[in-house]
Design a protein around this ligand. Structure first.
Ligand SMILES: NC(=O)C1=CN([C@@H]2O[C@H](COP(=O)(O)OP(=O)(O)OC[C@H]3O[C@@H](n4cnc5c(N)ncnc54)[C@H](OP(=O)(O)O)[C@@H]3O)[C@@H](O)[C@H]2O)C=CC1
Ligand SMILES: CC(C)=CCC[C@@H](C)[C@H]1CC[C@H]2C3=C(CC[C@]12C)[C@@]1(C)CC[C@H](O)C[C@@H]1CC3
Length: 521
């Protein structure tokens, strides 16, 4: 335990050191960084590496049929807000060799990548060819495998859906130790995205790339309330033009400002897409050590407009952002989560309130490092300090979740429409026949009555026919939890492929929290 924490502290010190070394590059805007280079490997080497992992699975399950397998990642890695205590006593399979890109096919517009390659690495490699993955989650270190297993989304999801919908083919290793392609087991693949590594391992994926350029044009549009925003998205979905990342209205997401000062509230939607040229005198926003967090930038746009009392104006502002900066715009500070949650801590709150100190640490506050810092605190501390939840509901139920959040004193809410696919029958999906999209609502910040209010939220989400992101603390008991998913089918799929060697989903995402805290049920 102490050794684990020491390893996290050491890696935070290394992160800080790397961040400090990168500052000159940022000041002089050379576009170069000293972070790890993107790795490539041959198909032959990839086959050898996955065969070794499959053999290991076969051998341990033969020796111990009741073994439970989880992934072995370094301390503090991953994007769950829960501790990794659920892995204690389980067999940790090491797939760290699967960290390379195998192929980027510019003509057929796909990339073949191993499971642990991060989105930052993929995007850095593919943008050189004028291509990007169709969906790119906003945190740099989210991995390809993790985004499939945890239903990654972002601002192009209104067109493409969750990240897994952009996977052309995936390579899996089942609990029997067999290497299979997703297309060979369509039943299994249909329900694997969202299962958090409890049905099969993902070792590689062929992902769809779409046309992109190095700059994005973004328009900031004001909506006084949710219904106007929802109407606009519906219109945009019905006249969807698909040119990858290029053109207007290719990206859509919004921040709902709902703090105590009601005169400064409202929804700011961000529409835009990649461009091939930037007009003279255009406003440019580039990430530097001195940059504000992205949400602060959006808030200042809204505040300026409100100050001028220009109530009829809905187009607030527009600017041009380097595409890679845009993709990972919420990586520094993890949206507003770090600033909001940290404000409850006297020392960290002190730093956040002082721009010159923040400027020094600014570049250090990458989501990857924040997760490491969070893992130095106890689950109980995290659960009672901050509310970090993503929920998916049908658009006509979104208002109820937003009102709930406002009543619990959250200051900002992320709104990200996610397209439903007519054929989407996965039990992790909220889609209903004939619903064009679901609304992903990101609830990050300090809420009243935690952690009890978090359980209340999760029950409200079930009542509204929605689902919660499973990277967060889940408080539902086993029965409530499985009432949201098709347990019979889940068991059938696991039995069919030897999936019982992986942890059960409820045990993994809710087992530990449930046993540790006392909340009213
Ligand atoms: N915009 C977005 O889409 C955002 C997404 N997230 C979340 O981040 C997570 C992804 O982060 P990342 O660091 O990549 O992954 P994590 O290490 O956080 O893993 C997430 C879950 O997926 C499992 N998993 C990950 N990779 C594989 C794989 N190759 N094969 C089998 N199971 C796997 C893990 O299993 P195990 O438990 O065994 O480690 C874990 O249960 C997702 O849960 C996603 O929901 C968070 C913020 C924003
Ligand atoms: C927005 C999403 C999806 C995830 C962001 C998660 C993290 C950035 C937060 C999760 C737990 C948070 C905590 C802190 C900072 C922000 C998080 C890491 C603290 C370390 C801040 C200082 C307090 O004293 C303790 C907090 C624990 C939780």
């Amino acid at each position: 335990m102490i050794w684990e924490k020491l390893k996290i502290i050491l890696s935070i010190i290394i992160d800080l050191f790397i961040s400090l070394c990168e500052i000159p590059f940022l000041i002089f805007k050379t576009n170069k960084t000293i972070s790890t280079p993107v790795r490539f490997k041959s198909q032959h080497q990839h086959k050898l590496d996955i065969t070794q992992i499959a053999t290991e699975i076969r051998s341990i399950t033969n020796h111990n049929p009741s073994v439970q397998i989880v992934m072995d990642r370094k301390s503090g890695e991953g994007h769950s807000t829960r501790s990794t205590a659920y892995k204690d006593g389980k067999y940790r399979i090491n797939i760290s060799s699967l960290n390379s890109i195998i192929e980027i096919n510019q003509h057929e517009e796909y990339a073949e990548v191993e499971a642990l390659v991060t989105f930052e690495e993929v995007c850095k490699a593919t943008i050189k060819y004028g291509l990007l993955p169709a969906v790119v989650p906003e945190f740099k270190s989210i991995t390809i495998g993790g985004a499939i297993q945890g239903l990654g989304i972002e601002s192009t999801s209104w067109k493409y859906g969750t990240f897994d919908k952009t996977v052309i083919e995936a390579t899996l290793i089942t609990g029997h130790g067999n290497i299979l392609y997703a297309s060979e087991v369509p039943d299994l693949w249909k329900n694997l995205p969202g299962s958090n590594g409890t049905i099969a391992l993902i070792v590689a994926a062929r992902i769809r790339l779409v046309q992109a350029t190095e700059w994005i044009h973004l328009r900031y549009v004001f909506y006084p309330d949710l219904s106007n925003f929802l109407n606009d998205i519906e219109k945009k979905i019905s006249i969807q033009t698909n040119t990858g990342w290029i053109g207007d209205n290719q990206v859509i997401d919004a921040i709902h400002f709902c703090g105590k000062n009601q005169t400064m509230n409202g929804i700011v939607a961000m529409y835009g897409g990649c461009v091939s040229s930037i007009p003279r005198n255009a406003s440019i926003r580039k990430e530097t050590v001195f940059s504000s967090f992205f949400y602060q930038h959006v808030k200042s746009i809204l505040t300026k407009k409100k100050m001028t009392n220009d109530h009829n104006e809905t187009n607030l502002y527009e600017d041009y952002i380097p595409t890679l900066d845009y993709l990972f715009r919420h990586d520094r500070g993890a949206f507003w989560a770090a600033a909001e949650v940290a404000s409850t801590d006297p020392l960290i709150g002190f730093i956040f309130r002082r721009p010159y100190l923040l400027c020094l640490l600014n570049y250090f506050l990458k989501t990857k490092t924040l997760y490491k810092i969070a893992m130095l605190t106890s689950d109980q501390k995290r659960e009672s300090t901050g509310m970090i939840q993503d929920v998916d509901v049908l658009p006509d139920r979104a208002e109820e979740i937003i009102n709930w959040a406002i009543n619990k004193d959250l200051n900002m809410i992320w709104l990200c429409p996610v397209r439903c696919h007519g054929t989407d029958e996965s039990f992790f999906s909220v889609a209903q026949p004939n619903t064009p999209f679901v609304m992903n609502i990101g609830l990050y910040g300090v809420a009243k009555d935690l952690p009890q209010s978090n359980l209340d939220l999760q029950r409200l989400v079930i009542k509204l026919g929605g689902k919660c992101g499973l990277y967060a603390h889940i408080y539902l008991d086993r029965e409530e939890f499985w009432s949201c998913y098709n347990y019979k089918e889940y068991i059938r799929l696991r039995e069919m492929s030897g999936g019982h060697v992986f942890m059960d989903l409820w045990d993994k995402v809710a087992g530990i929290v449930f046993s540790k805290i006392s909340i009213k049920r």
